[in-house]
Design a protein around this ligand. Structure first.
Ligand code: SF4
Ligand code: SF4
Length: 388
């Protein structure tokens, strides 16, 4: 990564955003946003292509983009789309099936709230709960441990999320949890998925806006290898409107100049090396394995599974998980769901015939309509194509 001149209109003269004590409204300043949007337009005009395609890989980015109507500020020739950025959406059906099977077998299942309604092959965890299973929502792995400590029953933490939630799960696993506490890991690791998506010809990504929160753990340096492998520039971006616009300007400048490099447009939170104690914890407890990301692809080395040393907390090692009994009922709607195409950047939610009709947040057909970080749910919440 090399340093460059500050981004015009940037909140603090550069590409930084609010730090402790600064007013968040400063990072929503309309004049600075207009200046950045104008700069983006100039850069897109300078790039010799009919369309420039930038993919962000974070549900929180999509929320800000939709909530603040950022797409409406961007030039027509810039296609800004969401990739595999929501850990709920990419959790595969068989993983949900495992949690449902354990719930049906009488174990207590604890998990994050968004996971409750994600469809499995035949049922979601909320269906299992309605049928009498003990399924509880927690806000952290630590809360799941608290539940285990208060009962003699077996308690399974259905652990989902990327690096940001995998690191706290790892800390809990290392912290000698009670004997009736188990982890069913569906944690996932983002960089290999970016590599696979970048290689898909129909995706055709010119640059990635990487998730600033995951990068607080991994550091921006992690992306250098990915840039080399994908031949695609990456800029790490924060989540306030000016963070995102500034990140896009930085990335567009690299695309225009043909500079294939990593840049950090979120320096108030992200360093080159990231949070090394958290990384050590993560890789002490987890290792990677190949597996499906729902609807996207089979991705090498992107599923986080517990190391053998921690088999004594691994639900998959300790219980026979009977998912065969979960026969699919009428799965024709799910078959027609195009979540995979949306998460691979090949389609928008409004390309799906079921968007807002058969599929709504109240009655979701696919995973993208469930999570608050899912593109379909975000677009539904902010009104179809959210060019506000
Ligand atoms: S888990 Fe974090 S990095 Fe991943 S989509 Fe959610 S907010 Fe973004
Ligand atoms: S609208 Fe529903 S069915 Fe269509 S892609 Fe989105 S989640 Fe899947």
């Amino acid at each position: 990564m090399s340093d460059r001149e500050p981004v015009p209109g940037g909140p603090t003269g550069g590409v930084a955003g609010p730090s402790d004590g600064e007013n968040v409204l400063e990072f929503r300043d309309p004049e600075k946003a207009d200046a950045l949007a104008q700069r983006a337009e100039e850069l897109v005009a300078d790039i010799d292509a009919d369309e420039v395609s930038i993919m962000h890989v974070c549900g929180s980015h999509e929320q800000s983009i939709a909530k603040f109507g950022l797409r409406s500020m961007l030039p027509d020739g810039l296609d800004l789309r969401m990739g595999p950025g929501c850990p709920v959406c990419v959790t595969d059906m068989p993983e949900v099936d495992e949690a449902v099977a354990l719930a049906n077998a009488g174990l207590t299942i604890t998990t994050y709230g968004d996971m409750l309604h994600v469809p499995g092959t035949a049922a979601s965890l909320s269906d299992a709960r309605a049928a009498g299973a003990d399924v509880r929502v927690v806000y952290s792995a630590a809360e799941a441990v608290d539940i285990a400590e208060g009962t003699d029953d077996d308690v399974v933490f259905f652990a989902t999320g990327f690096e940001t939630t995998a690191a706290p799960t790892a800390a809990i696993v290392r912290d000698d949890p009670p004997e009736n506490f188990w982890v069913l890991s569906a944690h996932k690791y983002v960089p290999p998925a970016m590599e696979v998506v970048a290689a898909m010809p129909e995706t055709d990504v010119d640059g990635f806006l990487a998730a600033g929160n995951a990068a607080t753990i991994t550091g921006w340096g992690l992306f250098e290898e990915l840039v080399d492998e994908t031949d695609t520039p990456i800029t790490v971006g924060g989540f306030e409107p000016l963070d995102i616009l500034a990140g896009l300007v930085v990335l567009l400048r690299d695309i225009r100049d043909g500079e294939v490099t990593v840049r950090n447009a979120y320096p108030r939170c992200v360093t080159e090396r990231g949070n090394e104690p958290a990384q050590n914890q993560l890789w002490d407890v987890f290792t990677t394995e190949s597996g499906e990301w729902r609807g996207i692809a089979h991705i090498p080395d992107a599923n986080l599974v517990l190391q053998d040393e921690y088999a004594h907390v691994n639900a998959r090692e300790q219980f026979e998980i009977d998912t065969a009994s979960l026969a699919a009922s009428d799965s024709s709607l799910v078959d027609d769901c195009i979540c995979g195409d949306i998460m691979a950047g090949r389609a928008d939610p409004t390309d799906c015939d079921m968007f807002g009709e058969e599929c709504t947040p109240e009655d979701p057909v696919g995973a993208c309509m469930v999570s608050s970080e899912g593109t379909c749910k975000i677009w539904h919440e902010y009104g179809g194509r959210p060019d506000l």
